[in-house]
Design a protein around this ligand. Structure first.
Ligand SMILES: [Zn+2]
Length: 121
């Protein structure tokens, strides 16, 4: 049986909005821009001890929608656990990218590079 794991990430443009709201979002990440942030997300996924056959889905977090969603659900938008819950919700609606991308395909982060030379390098 395939298990799904949804990982939330802030796409380009959204990361800046997220950092304006939650300045310590990337504390301890050693990432100063979007590209480094995405590499950090990718590294994080590779370090997870995944059950074989787990389908990893990357769920884009749109800040405005996310904050509204948290208010509606009664969740603290600053809490990492809320982002994880939101990621599952986004995945349930099918708005995800599969990880890792197929060989030679464009990277999940949205940059015009193959995964192998971008976040998967
Ligand atoms: Zn990338």
């Amino acid at each position: 049986m395939t298990k799904h794991l949804a990982i939330g990430w802030f796409p380009a443009g959204e990361l800046e909005k997220a950092l304006a709201l939650w300045p310590d979002l990337l504390e301890g990440w050693d990432a100063s821009g979007y590209a480094e942030y995405c590499r950090g997300v990718d590294r994080h996924i590779r370090q997870l001890e995944l059950v074989p056959g787990t389908d990893v889905l990357l769920a884009p977090i749109e800040v405005k929608h996310y904050v509204k969603w948290c208010a509606r659900e009664g969740l603290d938008s600053a809490a990492p656990a809320s982002r994880a819950t939101y990621a599952m919700d986004v995945a349930g609606r099918g708005r995800v990218r599969h990880w890792p991308p197929a060989p030679g395909k464009r990277c999940w982060c949205g940059r015009d590079e193959a995964y192998e030379v971008c976040c998967g390098a």
